[in-house]
Design a binder for this molecule. Structure first.
Ligand code: ATP
Ligand code: MG
Ligand code: MG
Length: 379
């Protein structure tokens, strides 16, 4: 009996555990809070990620370890990897944890990125602002997620407010200034690389964010297939350069037919949740297969799929459950503003059927605004 250890016990760990059950896998989750939602399905070790006794107990009970979030301290991942196989490797995790390291790698590999500059002091911010120009975004280099730790600078007059908001964090997590990309679309490529180097990717996904948080995803993205090939090529280059094992997502901006890389998530990704019902093999199953050195499953999809995120609180499930291709995922979390508490996936065989299904659900739930951009993309 193989036990897979997962650092982080959120919904990603929960869906990994659910998808690993048919493979006969056992799981052990480590989290710093006792009510993490993966704990409803898997035994848990609770403690700080830096606590050696907790890590030690975790290591002694698992055959292999992986992550459900990228902010596990790199030193803890390293410590663990000296005792048990850890995938993706701690070096890849460290790169993806730091927006500066990750953007530098993108650039080294010839993957286009918006202009960026590291910021440690107010003087550097002023210099970078003059260089990059406005609009731009000041971000924390580390620990940001769901758009947290970001300040949008519309004009040079916002520099004081930006420094006021984030300057105090500069010594601890570092800051980066990025040029604002006037993109037409946001896309992501979710990909997987096996222990033997085999690489596969799911069809390109189009994503819509509200207040920096993913709201909806559509696959396949309604873009030229040539763009998909470019995105796969970028993802493959990155996976090989980092000797990556497991699933990851590369977030991309599409501007005037060109792709620019935003960030790499070293884990299964929200924009790949549709693969549970929309693809031959889900991202969760393929992540486990990769980590365990098993053959990777086919990433092809049938028809189209749209994923809707439920933020803050769960809506009524019935309208979605009444749809022929409707699938419901309640993460079993307590409602809280801004929190991802669940998602739903709608599947259909053609664009028109998916658009109609989305419109019915949007109307029934009073979420017309959430489905509108997806319906528009489908028409
Ligand atoms: P995630 O939850 O995806 O990890 P995050 O907190 O790491 O989010 P980003 O992905 O950097 O943050 O930014 C969140 C969103 O803000 C992006 O998906 C995009 O919509 C917008 N955004 C970020 N950077 C830029 C940019 N340079 N130009 C334009 N929009 C941007
Ligand atoms: Mg991120
Ligand atoms: Mg992002």
């Amino acid at each position: 009996m193989t036990t897979v250890g997962i650092l982080g016990g959120g919904q990603l760990a929960r869906m990994l555990a659910l998808s690993g059950a048919p493979l006969g896998l056992r799981f052990l989750v480590m989290d710093n809070v006792a009510d993490a939602c993966a704990g409803q399905f898997a035994p848990m070790v609770v403690g700080d990620y830096r606590d050696e006794a907790t890590l030690s107990e975790f290591a002694s009970r698992v055959d292999v370890a992986t992550f459900d979030f990228e902010n596990v301290p790199a030193e803890s991942a390293q410590w663990l990897s000296e005792r048990v196989p850890v995938f993706p490797n701690p070096g890849a995790l460290a790169t993806a944890q730091d927006r500066l390291a990750e953007k530098t790698l993108f650039r080294e590999l010839g993957i286009p990125v918006p202009p960026f500059a590291p910021i440690d002091t107010r003087e550097q911010l002023d210099a970078a602002l003059a260089d990059i120009g406005t609009p731009c975004i000041l971000k924390t280099r580390r620990l940001g997620y769901d758009g947290k730790g970001q300040f949008r600078i519309k004009s040079p007059a916002d520099a004081d407010a930006a420094w006021e908001a984030l300057g105090a964090q500069a010594p601890k997590v570092g800051l980066i200034l990025e040029g604002f990309v006037h993109f037409q679309r946001e896309l992501s490529v979710v990909a997987v690389r096996g222990r033997d180097g085999e690489f596969r990717a799911w069809p390109l996904t189009e994503n819509w964010h509200v207040d920096g948080v993913l709201s909806a995803s559509l696959a396949p993205a309604r873009v030229d297939t040539a763009l998909g090939e470019i995105a796969y090529d970028y993802a493959r280059r990155l996976a090989e350069a980092m000797d990556y094992v497991g699933v990851f997502a590369l977030e991309l901006f599409c501007r005037d037919g060109e792709l620019l890389a935003n960030e790499l998530a070293p884990r299964v990704h929200n924009s790949g949740h549709w693969t549970i019902e929309g693809s031959e093999t889900s991202q969760f199953q393929n992540h486990l297969r990769a980590v365990l050195g098993l053959p990777l499953g086919d990433t092809r999809m049938v028809g189209l799929a749209c994923m809707l995120n439920w933020i803050g609180e769960m809506p009524d499930a019935l309208p979605m459950l009444r749809e022929p291709g409707g699938h419901w995922h309640d993460y079993g979390k307590l409602p809280r503003a801004g929190r991802k508490v669940g998602h739903a996936t709608l599947r259909a065989d053609d664009a028109n059927a998916l658009a109609m299904s989305l419109e019915r659900v949007g109307l029934a739930l009073g979420r017309e605004a959430q489905v509108a951009p997806v319906v528009e993309a489908l028409r």
